[in-house]
Design a protein around this ligand. Structure first.
Ligand code: NAD
Ligand code: DEZ
Length: 377
């Protein structure tokens, strides 16, 4: 029987991997080499550093999987050097991040009485999550500018702008790059003091990718001078210990849960199940849809979406960001508070889990482009 070691925060492991071996769940942040020594399969999330120090004594590992988009916690070269197959889960939680950023923008608009409609939004990093945000924004009729020099160079047919142009022209900037420490397009401290100082007046800056894409100390100094700029942070330099001085300057604070939709987490685990089946040359006969509970409400009927507030009300049916923000402020300084909030996070559903009925005469079909189900006149 294979031993499958899995992060305790990974849902559906038993349902998907139960037939393949004995499952042991572990605290991913505290995983030790001793715990890993006799594992055949290792399933992690972003908090586990998978490298030589963790794996040197294990001679039987057949597969490492990370149920995440990011891979900055994995020493992929080391795994390759030992011929240990590895897979992450590209795109698994892109919809979750897209909807999170869109909802955060609607919340900012409401709080500052400054409509999102009519603003220009810049997306830095136009891969899976950046594209998912753009999809929501475009469904709502918002102009979007994309910056992604790597995709631009690779011939992606979309239009791109330089980062300088994006900063100059955008009212809102949302960050969606991987963390990279070297190379021409490195993203470590991409938003350093000098870039922060270029932000337009009243700009909104959202970070849902990795904390270190913004120099957090520089952000504190910047915010002390520029309260006109509003910031939303889901990710923090130095997780799980955000800088306490920064928190009061952030409009909406969350503990790295932008990707935590139930669908997103299930997709992550499921993608690893498919990859492991490939590696073991067995059939992946389980279906992801059977894992997810049905919609939590029969249908929400709308007559019309009369204004942005009405759209926000509908979005709050799916996810109320203010609750997570309130909890964060209460808990982040507690011992292991950040991880506790992540572990106990009530996974929200994606827009697609909510069926919207149209009972009025106004066309609200555009809500289906936002991702809601069942919208029709
Ligand atoms: N907060 C969360 O819960 C959460 C969830 C998912 C992903 N993430 C993070 O977000 C990152 C992006 O996810 P994704 O699915 O969009 O990845 P992706 O690989 O699909 O897209 C990232 C894009 O960034 C671009 N890029 C790289 N360097 C750049 C630079 N200097 N300037 C502009 N663009 C650049 C790449 O070309 C790529 O197209 C992940 O690597 C992960 O770190 C966070
Ligand atoms: O890279 C990712 O996919 C995200 O950062 C991911 O949602 C982080 O969640 P974790 O793996 O830490 O549970």
């Amino acid at each position: 029987m294979m031993k499958i070691l899995a992060d305790e925060n990974m849902p559906y492991v038993q349902q998907l991997f139960g037939d393949l071996g004995t499952i042991e769940t572990v605290n991913g942040r505290e995983l030790t080499p001793e715990q890993v020594n006799d594992a055949d399969v290792l399933l992690v999330r972003s908090v586990t550093k998978v490298n030589q120090a963790l794996l040197a004594e294990n001679n039987q590992l057949k597969f490492v999987g990370s149920a995440t988009i990011g891979t900055d916690h994995i020493d992929v070269e080391y795994l390759a050097s030992r011929n240990i197959p590895f897979s992450n889960a590209p795109g698994c939680n892109a919809t979750a991040v897209g909807e999170f950023a869109f909802i955060a923008m609607l919340e900012l608009a409401q709080r500052f009485n400054s409509p999102l409609k009519g603003k220009v939004v810049g997306i830095v990093g136009a891969g899976n999550t950046g594209t998912a945000v753009a999809k929501c924004l475009e469904a709502y009729g918002i102009e979007v500018l994309l910056n992604d020099p790597l995709l631009e160079e690779s011939g992606d047919p979309r239009s791109f702008v330089s980062l300088d142009t994006l900063i100059e022209k955008c009212d809102v900037i949302s960050l969606h790059v991987p963390i990279t420490k070297t190379g021409e397009h490195k993203t470590w401290y991409l938003f350093d003091e000098s870039r922060l100082n270029k932000l337009a007046e009243n700009c909104w800056l959202l970070n849902c990718c990795r904390g270190e894409v913004i120099d957090n100390c520089a952000l504190i100094n910047f915010k002390q001078q520029r309260d006109d700029v509003k910031v939303v942070l889901d990710v923090w330099e130095g997780e799980p210990n955000p800088m306490p001085e920064l928190v009061p300057y952030v409009e909406f604070c969350t503990p790295h849960i932008a990707g935590y939709s139930l669908e997103g987490k299930a997709r992550g685990t499921y993608m690893l199940y498919q990859k492991l089946a490939e590696v073991l040359k067995i059939e992946a006969d389980k279906q992801m849809d059977s894992l997810l509970p049905p919609l939590w409400s029969e249908q929400v009927n709308v007559q019309e979406i009369s204004d942005e507030r009405a759209l926000l009300q509908l979005a709050r049916f799916v996810y109320n960001l203010r609750d997570d923000d309130e909890l964060f402020r209460k808990m982040f300084l507690n011992k292991q508070g950040f991880d506790h909030m992540r572990k106990n996070h009530t996974h929200r559903r994606e827009f697609s889990a909510l069926k919207v009925g149209n009972t009025g005469q106004t066309n609200v079909n555009w809500l289906s482009n936002l991702g809601f189900s069942g919208v029709e006149l």
